[in-house]
Design a protein around this ligand. Structure first.
Ligand SMILES: C[S@@+](CC[C@H](N)C(=O)[O-])C[C@H]1O[C@@H](n2cnc3c(N)ncnc32)[C@H](O)[C@@H]1O
Length: 281
């Protein structure tokens, strides 16, 4: 079953948190010359039209990236992320577009770095291939990223980032992400792993956090941004990132920006955030 299409959700508040966090991780990783391998287990189409029927149907980007881009009181730390978003936007004849994680990665990384992108949906895979075909650093795979991602670990240079960003359409994804984290960490204990999660039912996220703590994997942080208060049965109200082996600068950076994002992207004063050390260093 592959009914999830990211084109309905591109540029929403969840993408803002995810892609801002990614950008900050890359900005730290590229300070050292050694090559970085980026593995995206659920890469999506690579970029999305915000004027598409799908995006217009939900209008999620209007309460996400559009709201943020229209502000002139943003913390400076958001500048590089927004510059990337605007770079993608203007590339496409000034139409409204929003980049996906592969594009954010490709434009944050350097010549010596490599990208391995997995996507299971044939039409998203095709779009991703088209977007990246001139980039010799990129390998795009049509396949199951839960399985494929492990083949790239550890990177030869022992420097890399694995992004795990499944749709969670099937409840078993909550267990599969933990399994992938455990296997990835076995192969590459010093690697950075970033997991995105939605808050649809708070109980499922509590279980996810408990499962990650139970793995015994040290040094993980959790960042969460709510658009509205938890409500069972009404779809996603918040989303978060769990980062294993984060750059040491990441938590203080997110701490300085999350209150602003919660204020700007939250609905009628309901915006909240969490920033926690999930497992000790
Ligand atoms: C949340 S979207 C990815 C968004 C993307 N990472 C970004 O930030 O721009 C999840 C994607 O995973 C794809 N997908 C679903 N199951 C998959 C699997 N087992 N392996 C690889 N991709 C999968 C879906 O087709 C969808 O495009």
């Amino acid at each position: 079953m592959l009914s999830y299409r990211h084109s309905f959700h591109a540029g929403n508040y969840a993408d803002v948190l995810k892609h801002f966090t990614l950008q900050r991780i890359f900005s730290y990783l590229v300070k050292k010359e050694k090559p970085i391998h980026y593995i995206d287990s659920h890469a999506g189409a690579g970029g999305y039209a915000l004027h598409s029927p799908e995006a217009e149907k939900t209008g999620e980007y209007i309460k996400g990236i559009m709201r943020l881009a229209q502000r002139d009181d943003r913390p400076e730390l958001l500048d590089e992320y927004l510059a990337l978003v605007k770079q993608f936007h203007y590339q496409k004849d000034n139409l409204r577009h929003y980049p996906g994680s592969p594009w954010i990665a490709a434009h944050s990384l350097r010549e010596q770095d490599r990208l391995f992108l997995y996507e299971l949906h044939p039409s998203d895979h095709k779009q991703l291939l088209t977007q990246t075909r001139k980039d010799k650093r990129v390998q795009v795979k049509l396949g199951d990223g839960f399985k494929g991602a492990l083949a790239h670990l550890p990177p030869i240079s022992r420097r890399g980032l694995l992004l795990i960003d499944p749709p969670y359409e099937i409840k078993s994804d909550y267990q599969k992400v933990v399994k992938l984290i455990v296997e990835a960490h076995k192969r590459f204990a010093t690697g950075c792993i970033a997991l995105w999660y939605p808050v649809v039912e708070r109980g499922w996220v509590n279980e996810l956090e408990t499962a990650i703590k139970a793995t015994g994997i040290a040094n993980s942080v959790l960042f969460e941004l709510s658009q509205s208060a938890d409500r069972s049965g009404y779809g996603m109200t918040a989303s978060g990132m769990i980062v294993i082996n984060p750059p040491w600068t990441l938590k203080s950076e997110l701490d300085s920006v999350l209150p602003y994002l919660a204020d700007v992207l939250g609905e009628q004063g309901q915006g909240k955030y969490r920033s926690e050390q999930l497992t000790a260093e």
